[in-house]
Design a protein around this ligand. Structure first.
Ligand SMILES: NC(=O)c1ccc[n+]([C@@H]2O[C@H](COP(=O)([O-])OP(=O)(O)OC[C@H]3O[C@@H](n4cnc5c(N)ncnc54)[C@H](O)[C@@H]3O)[C@@H](O)[C@H]2O)c1
Ligand SMILES: O=C(O)C[C@H](O)C(=O)O
Length: 338
């Protein structure tokens, strides 16, 4: 097992800094390259004093090539966060171009890297990354992930608050996408008939809290951004889980991820045919090459089917918007960029 290079794009930001701190502690990472807009050299100097083996370097946007070259994994929390009253889709105008340009850099400098997207709106930014990589002929659906782990982390916390007998480490299955109605918690999967212990009002309230947990933080931060620390925790959990499988060869690591369903055609063909969706968040088992298996959608309750029915059209719109942005960008790119 040789430790690898991991790049954080947007490392000076609210998520980027604590995420870098958490990753600096991993033996699986030899080199943490921190990419900022002007530079991330201050953050890199600070982190480099921590006495773990991992080397840390800082880079500005004009050094994107050197930052990305040789990357095994690229994590993208670059972009603008929400303010109260905004939806994640309101961020599209600003963040779509940022993510597109980073994906271009990845296609050029580290086309085989695993790409982990945090920047919102995730439902659209993941299709943006995939389309850019496709336009360069380097797309591998098993290597691009939208990190939806925060929805699972929140669901576990909120379930445990409702019933303190349930340990907060208990995994809750959350599928769909990463915004409002597209976040679909499958509470019927919890053991001991947890869901039957809830009144309809309690079930509605818990479901709504999981779907709109991000808004809770945006409101509490009063204009100073969205979730950063809980996202850094979720992002580190996802990244380290993936590294354990891809670098250390650990089997059985499962996390929820928003992925292109072609990453496991066998397990998703029926779902894709039924819904017409190309992207969806499901539990994913990691292997050496990224996605080793996408776990099938479990049998859902009637209540959960109604949530899925509401999520699917919204997801289709979000996915089409991301894909169209790249079709349009490519049409306007000068010959030299293709
Ligand atoms: N997936 C999730 O569950 C989840 C959770 C929380 C936040 N987010 C999203 O993550 C993003 C970042 O949130 P934040 O709170 O860290 O924001 P932030 O503004 O604190 O940090 C973003 C950083 O990205 C940098 N940046 C912008 N363009 C860049 C580029 N081209 N290259 C390198 N760096 C660049 C900015 O300078 C800034 O330092 C937002 O879009 C937010 O909505 C997603
Ligand atoms: O809510 C946001 O805008 C940030 C993030 O997607 C979250 O779920 O906390």
């Amino acid at each position: 097992m040789s430790p690898v290079k991991v790049v954080i794009c947007g490392a000076a930001g609210g998520i980027g800094q604590p995420l870098s701190l958490l990753l600096k502690q991993s033996d699986l990472i030899a080199h943490l390259a921190l990419l900022g807009v002007v530079t991330a050299s201050g953050i890199a100097a600070d982190l480099s004093h921590i006495n773990t083996k991992c080397k840390v370097t800082g880079h500005g946007k004009d050094q994107i090539d050197e930052a990305l070259q040789g990357a095994h994994t690229v994590v993208i929390p670059a972009g603008v966060p929400r303010k109260p009253g905004m939806t994640r889709d309101d961020l599209f105008k600003l963040n779509a171009g940022i993510v597109r340009d980073l994906a271009e850099g990845i296609a050029k400098n580290c086309p085989k890297a695993f790409v982990l997207v945090i920047s919102n709106p995730v439902n659209s930014t993941v299709p943006i990354v995939c389309q850019v990589l496709k336009s360069h002929g380097v797309f591998n659906p098993s290597k691009v992930f939208g990190i939806s782990t925060l929805d699972v982390v929140r669901a576990s916390s909120f379930v445990s608050e409702v019933n303190p007998a349930i340990d907060p480490s208990t995994r809750v299955t959350v599928v769909g996408g990463h915004s409002g109605v597209t976040i679909v918690p499958l509470l019927s999967q919890l053991p001991n008939n947890f869901v039957d212990s809830l009144s309809r009002d309690q079930l509605d309230a818990l479901t709504h809290r999981i779907q709109y947990g991000g808004d809770e933080v945006v409101k509490a931060k009063k204009g100073a951004g969205s979730a950063t620390l809980s996202m850094a925790y979720a992002g580190a959990r996802f990244t380290l889980g993936l590294l354990q499988a891809t670098v250390a060869g650990k089997t059985g690591v499962v996390e929820s991820a928003y992925v292109h369903l072609d990453a496991d055609k066998e397990n998703t063909a029926a779902f894709k045919a039924k819904t017409g969706l190309d992207y969806f968040a499901l539990d994913v088992e990691f292997g050496r090459e990224g996605v080793s298996r996408i776990l099938k959608l479990p049998k859902v309750s009637r209540y959960e089917q109604a949530l899925l029915d509401a999520a699917i059209p919204e997801l289709k719109t979000n996915i089409a918007k991301g894909a169209a942005f790249i079709t349009d960008s490519v049409a306007h790119w000068p010959e030299a960029r293709l």
